[in-house]
Design a protein around this ligand. Structure first.
Ligand code: GSH
Length: 200
């Protein structure tokens, strides 16, 4: 990063590209966060991995020929700087670390699901250890899930991305069956415009 007064100004009034795969939960997380921040018209989605991220992963935000921003957490933190009026991470200490912890757990669910999908080998989809991690994280969400807030925070956005990926790839495991609170919350979220656009 160049030094200066913050990351925002260097893309003021410009459109940036997001290398994205439509089925990727991390890309969905970034797109929902951008929508919540009112930044969608600043981001042009390019379907594909692109060549910019040396790790070959999406999402990757391409700012210019010399500058990229990678990893959904980093991209969301960057997008936040472009609209500081709508906080995705609360600024009080407890709220902040609760939100970041939920984000980390939701990302962990996505990581485990991707290992099951991409781990290789005919039995990798069953992967009992990774499945167990997902089940435990979902049970934890069911126990602690916060009330419905008018504004979604980053942890909840990441959770929506993770739950939508479970529906896409592991629907037969029916995550809703023993988690009525989480399921009811998610059903309400799906009616929200910023989410409906990206989760079908
Ligand atoms: N921690 C990263 C994970 C990104 C990730 O694993 N993306 C997957 C798509 S869902 C990917 O690009 N996989 C291709 C690869 O690993 O080569 C994030 O939050 O952005």
């Amino acid at each position: 990063m160049r030094s200066g007064t913050g990351a925002g100004p260097f893309i003021r009034d410009t459109v940036v590209h997001l290398n994205s795969i439509s089925t990727s939960p991390y890309c969905r997380k970034v797109l929902i966060a951008a929508a919540e921040l009112g930044l969608n018209d600043r981001i042009e989605v390019r379907e594909g991995y692109g060549k910019e991220n040396p790790l070959g992963k999406v999402p990757a935000l391409v700012i210019s020929d010399e500058r990229i921003i990678v990893d959904s957490r980093v991209i969301c933190a960057f997008l936040q700087t472009l609209n500081p009026k709508r906080l995705l991470v609360p600024d009080d200490c407890t709220g902040k670390f609760d939100a970041l912890t939920i984000e980390a757990l939701a990302d962990g669910i996505m990581d485990a699901c991707l290992i099951r999908m991409n781990g290789g080998g005919p039995r990798s989809r069953e992967h009992p250890l990774q499945r167990h991690k997902v089940e435990c994280a979902l049970d934890y969400f069911e126990k602690i899930w916060p009330r419905h807030e008018a504004e979604l925070q980053i942890g909840q956005i990441a959770a929506i991305a993770a739950l939508s990926y479970l529906d896409l790839r592991f629907a037969e495991e029916n995550w809703r069956s023993s988690r009525p609170r989480l399921a009811a919350w998610y059903a309400v979220c799906l009616k929200r415009e910023t989410i409906r656009t990206y989760v079908r």
